[in-house]
Design a protein around this ligand. Structure first.
Ligand SMILES: O=c1ccn([C@H]2C[C@H](O)[C@@H](COP(=O)(O)O)O2)c(=O)[nH]1
Ligand SMILES: [Zn+2]
Length: 188
């Protein structure tokens, strides 16, 4: 599992040797944790083709918003098709709420100024506008699709122009949640 860079508790102090009676625990690094939450949120998306998740974190490293791409609230019969041969009104793009929009709308704090957004897919130009208007000050993304180059270029241009750092998350290992290891037994 990914561990934090530097000292184990982030304090910069040398790590103390664990007590012999204590199990050595692996502690998840921030980027893995927050992108992991974004990835888990993506798993909730009903988009049959592309599931996207976003997680917004404030300067105290607290999660203040999570979202995934989905159809607008209370909608029942909107199409998920991406088929280019269908009429525009029969394709998902006019309707779907992007993960970033939903994460921003789901915020549980007064505002998002100074926050970082973790998002599993490079934000489109419309989401870049939302990110900027929300006062988000850093974007960490995972994957980049190249099927909308103009949108990607515009998004990069806007974020760069506003001096909002854009960073690609490059995981070196997988995060695995083994529920059997979360099963705690009373010590007797
Ligand atoms: O910034 C973005 C860009 C796209 N999405 C969502 C919108 C759609 O549900 C999918 C893209 O569908 P494709 O079939 O891959 O074209 O991704 C998003 O949430 N945020
Ligand atoms: Zn978008």
């Amino acid at each position: 599992m990914a561990s934090p860079s530097g000292s184990a508790d982030g304090s910069g102090k040398a790590q103390e040797a664990p007590q012999t009676s204590e199990k050595a625990r692996e502690v998840l690094a921030d980027d893995y944790y927050f992108m992991g939450i974004a990835g888990l949120a993506a798993k909730k998306s009903k988009d049959p083709m592309t599931q996207v998740g976003a997680c917004i974190v404030n300067q105290e490293k607290k999660i203040v918003g999570v979202g995934y791409n989905g159809m607008p609230r209370d909608s029942k019969n909107l199409p998920w098709s991406r088929n280019a041969e269908k009429e525009e009104a029969e394709r998902k793009y006019l309707y779907v709420c992007h993960a970033e929009l939903n994460a921003i709308m789901n915020k549980n704090s007064a505002d998002l100024k100074g926050c970082t957004m973790y998002v599993t897919l490079f934000p489109c130009n419309e989401c870049a506008k939302l990110i900027l208007q929300a006062g988000i000050k850093e974007v960490v993304y995972f994957s980049e699709k190249n099927d909308t180059p103009a949108s990607t270029a515009a998004s990069k241009k806007m974020l760069e122009d506003a001096a909002v750092p854009l960073r690609k998350f490059e995981p070196k290992e997988a995060i695995v949640i083994d529920f059997s290891k979360l099963q705690h037994h009373s010590a007797k």
